[in-house]
Design a protein around this ligand. Structure first.
Ligand SMILES: [Zn+2]
Length: 417
């Protein structure tokens, strides 16, 4: 393990999209493209074959002894949010390159090929659509979901792709066959506080939480703030405030399940200082890896809605409700990673991920492992995002061992399994 080399590679990648206000390596821009080209160059220097797929993911491959075996893939994304940090995503790509470099130095030839994948468009910042690259790779992409996408400058996804010599109509060609990959591993920063709070260096993710989202409108009655008595009011904002507090209360009792709930949007209408609010639009996001826990929160929130309709004389309309299915990570991989941590004396904990990752999609098709390393102060999607080099190094060591344990299984042994 060469910490100096990892630090240097991190700095080199972060010249692409660097600004005074954080990283701007936004998907399908010149900066992201330059970083992809740099990844290609580095991979080729390590003797790998590199290709861009039809959505713009970059796949670098180190052949194994047995060409007929499926690849062990590692990777993450190299795009960032606006005003982003230097570690989110990138660490997982650098980890892949470092592993290959170590294998070269140690003269290790694996039975299985190893692939390092730099996914594109993981962040939803530009097109309000996340993990496009990995969704295309697993084939979980509906063309109709992406044809209308536009960025804040009104540039369509189609146009942005065109500028990168890619065609929207060809995105589906990025789909890979199940037999091409044996397992996928991602190293990522935690983007939260739990590892540091628990004094751990590694988090082994056992599940990725998915949101239940509800958009609702509370209809009261607008009225003059000076002439309407307190008893006569149908104040939509006060009902919304009570509901928001209930969202918090319901989630707090589910803390064992790591369930979280947020009211992130509250639009108050008509929005004047001298008018009792008549209408509020409220958006609620409830996340957990445990669907029952998530449902319990929603049940309490909807019971509260009924109460509010009676006691505050408002009408509550649910505009829409969406439920995504949480993803559980491969149990065998979680077990292997735990065992490796014990053998390697790494302080670890198993934990759910509150945020989505490329692993979430990959795990629907291939056995997948996701490893977290600490983020200072839990900061992420922020210019001051920081992870210690020694923690990155520990994460890479673990990743290397798990990759080797899969890549060194010869075909005979596999048939027996
Ligand atoms: Zn990320």
């Amino acid at each position: 393990m060469n910490n100096e080399r990892i630090g240097k590679l991190l700095d080199e990648f972060n010249t692409f999209g660097y600004t005074e206000n954080g990283m701007h390596r936004i998907t399908y821009t010149k900066e992201e493209k330059l970083a992809k080209e740099f990844f290609k160059k580095k991979s080729e220097e390590l003797g790998m074959d590199v290709r861009f797929d039809s959505v713009g993911n970059v796949i670098a491959r180190r052949e194994g002894i047995d060409h007929s075996l499926p690849a062990i893939a590692v990777g993450s994304h190299i795009d960032t949010v606006y005003n982003g940090g230097k570690y989110d995503g990138l660490i997982g790509v650098i980890a892949g390159l470092e592993i290959i470099e170590m294998l070269e130095e140690e003269g290790i030839q694996t039975f299985h090929p190893i692939e390092v994948i730099a996914f594109t468009c993981e962040e939803s910042s530009r097109f309000n659509f996340s993990t496009l690259g990995s969704k295309a790779m697993t084939g979980d992409l509906k063309q109709s979901d992406i044809t209308q996408l536009k960025d804040r400058d009104n540039i369509s996804l189609q146009e942005a792709l065109k500028r990168q010599n890619l065609e929207l109509e060809n995105i589906h060609l990025a789909k890979r066959e199940e037999k091409e990959i044996k397992a996928f591993f991602e190293l990522h920063i935690e983007q939260g506080n739990r590892l540091i709070e628990n004094n751990k260096t590694v988090g082994i993710v056992d599940g990725i939480a998915a949101p239940l989202r509800v958009s609702l409108t509370i209809e009261g009655k607008s009225a003059h703030s000076g002439t309407t008595s307190m008893e006569k009011r149908q104040d939509a904002l006060l009902a919304a405030a009570e509901l928001a507090l209930e969202v918090e209360k319901a989630a707090v009792v589910e803390r064992k399940q790591s369930t979280v709930a947020t009211v992130g949007v509250m639009d108050v209408l008509p929005g004047a200082i001298n008018i009792v609010p008549g209408l509020v639009n409220l958006k609620i996001d409830i996340r957990s890896t445990d669907v029952n826990s998530r449902n319990r929160v929603w049940k309490k929130v909807s019971d509260k809605v009924e109460q509010l309709e009676k006691h505050r004389n408002v009408k509550v309309v649910i505009e829409w409700k969406s439920e995504e299915v949480p993803v559980m990570m491969d149990k065998t991989i979680v077990h292997s990673l735990s065992e490796l941590c014990e053998n390697m004396n790494i302080e670890y904990m198993t934990m759910p991920s509150g945020a989505g990752h490329d692993s979430m999609n990959m795990s629907k098709r291939w056995p997948t492992g996701l490893i977290f390393i600490p983020s200072l102060d839990g900061l992420s999607h922020h210019p001051e995002e920081f992870t210690k080099l020694e923690d990155i190094s520990t994460g890479i060591k673990l990743l290397k061992e798990v990759v080797l344990s899969y890549a060194m299984q010869c075909s005979k042994k596999e048939k027996k399994l």
